[in-house]
Design a protein around this ligand. Structure first.
Ligand SMILES: O=c1ccn([C@H]2C[C@H](O)[C@@H](COP(=O)(O)OP(=O)(O)OP(=O)(O)O)O2)c(=O)[nH]1
Ligand SMILES: [Mg+2]
Length: 164
């Protein structure tokens, strides 16, 4: 049975999956899908053939638009297999799809391989969409921040590689 979250108005179906309105801008392309039960990311497809020379980037259309409920974000992550095998990544990883965005989801692919060209065909799975709840903050200006154990240490303050 479908349930509605009183705070976010987000609807979940009987398997507790969040219902998200999806518009297919390309009728012949299958919608994003989870490859296995329990997967965090639903695979996004490229709607066009793409050729990426080494170091080249390209904003690639996926043929879908969504309407996220308020209080959610969709993050566009690279696929690890394509990254490991071909050096295919995303320039702005993870890409942020705002709840109010109604345009086509696009993926800013980049070929990080130093030598090989990457050729993608329309319908190839190029990225994965991870849906998460997200908080909205109210930034409250103060004179001093509360103390913490870490303090201002960062950017390697705890050390880096240990080399024999
Ligand atoms: O990988 C991505 C990243 C963003 N977007 C879309 C949805 C998002 O809501 C919108 C704006 O993204 P973002 O806020 O990251 O970009 P911006 O450069 O700040 O643009 P804007 O000024 O429109 O917010 O672009 C995508 O389709 N794919
Ligand atoms: Mg923005």
């Amino acid at each position: 049975m479908a349930q509605t979250d009183a705070r976010t108005h987000a609807r979940t179906d009987s398997s507790h999956a969040l219902e998200i309105a999806l518009l297919r801008l390309d009728a012949e392309l299958p919608p994003p899908a989870y490859a296995h039960p329990g997967d965090a990311g639903a695979d996004l497809l490229t709607a066009v053939d793409v050729t990426l020379a080494p170091g080249e980037r390209c904003l690639v259309p996926t043929g879908v638009a969504i309407a996220l409920p308020e209080g959610f974000v969709a993050l566009v992550h690279p696929r690890s297999g394509l990254a490991a095998r071909h050096g295919l990544s995303i320039v702005n990883t993870p890409g942020t799809v705002d709840a109010g965005y109604r345009g086509e989801i696009k993926v800013l692919l980049i070929n990080l391989d130093p030598a090989d060209t990457i050729r993608l065909r329309r319908g190839d799975r190029i990225a994965q969409l991870v849906i998460q709840r997200v908080e909205r903050a109210r930034f409250v200006e103060v004179e001093a921040l509360p103390e913490s154990v870490r303090g201002a240490g960062g950017y390697g303050s705890t050390g880096g590689f240990s080399r024999g």
